[in-house]
Design a protein around this ligand. Structure first.
Ligand SMILES: NC(=O)c1ccc[n+]([C@@H]2O[C@H](COP(=O)([O-])OP(=O)(O)OC[C@H]3O[C@@H](n4cnc5c(N)ncnc54)[C@H](OP(=O)(O)O)[C@@H]3O)[C@@H](O)[C@H]2O)c1
Length: 207
């Protein structure tokens, strides 16, 4: 089921983690015309040339600055998520997109989380945030590439418990040129996570 257009306007994007997937999400944000702050653990100086290369709407910032944007995307390795997030100020209802996969690299070994979806574990680390699971099913090179393919649009799946937060994600994805598809609540993100039926599958929605 696709989320209808709404009047929710989210303007800025903050990205925590500026590796392969963070870089791809920054490209997507540029396609959507969003002002974007990228961050990593080494600090803004290490990211200035990357930000310049991505375009005038992207700047390097601290993790705290990235976390202050309207939509915050977390794109760090699973074993660094807690350390990336624990010192940040209160989330106060901010939209936080979990782009992670609960895997240990190298080896792509899935982390055993018992019966919980990885995004439910993630949500417990960002109390007060409105969590959306998204951007995690496509490999970075595909996510960064032109979403208009074979006469159709590349599909991005998302899920979450907060309708307005999902509208914010939907708007970002569609303005970047993707076909965004709502899978339901955060517990449904299980099908998005790795390993899961949608992991690394590159769907195209044809008109
Ligand atoms: N690569 C893919 O195709 C892909 C696809 C879908 C989902 N994912 C998921 O996306 C996440 C990132 O994967 P990746 O491949 O992009 O990893 P990556 O290339 O290794 O990049 C990781 C980034 O996270 C940053 N980081 C690490 N610890 C941090 C901290 N404490 N605070 C702020 N930034 C921190 C690193 O910055 P420093 O170097 O400064 O530490 C680096 O910029 C993972 O959870 C992965 O499963 C990846």
């Amino acid at each position: 089921m696709s989320m209808p257009e709404s009047n929710v306007r989210t303007t800025t994007v903050g990205i925590i983690g500026a590796g392969r997937i963070g870089h791809a999400i920054a490209r997507l944000a540029v396609r959507a015309g969003r002002t974007t702050v990228m961050s990593n653990s080494k600090g803004p100086d290490s990211l200035r040339s990357l930000a310049r290369e991505l375009g005038a709407s992207v700047r390097a910032g601290s993790v705290k600055e990235a976390a202050e944007q309207d939509i915050v995307v977390v794109a760090v390795p699973w074993d660094r998520v807690e350390e990336a997030l624990y010192r940040l100020p209160a989330w106060n209802g901010r939209i936080v997109v979990d782009a992670t996969n609960a895997v240990i690299v190298p080896g792509y070994r899935a982390v055993d989380l018992g019966c919980r979806a990885s995004s439910e574990v993630f949500a417990s680390l960002v109390p007060g945030a409105r969590v959306v699971k998204g951007f995690n099913t496509l490999v970075a090179a595909v996510l960064a590439s032109d979403p208009s393919v074979s006469g159709g649009q590349r599909v991005l799946f998302y899920s979450g418990d907060d309708v307005a937060a999902k509208q914010g994600f939907h708007q970002l994805a569609t303005e970047a040129g993707f076909a965004a598809i709502d899978l339901g609540n955060l517990a449904a993100s299980r099908v998005q996570q790795f390993p899961g039926p949608l992991a690394a599958i590159n769907f195209i929605k044809v008109p």
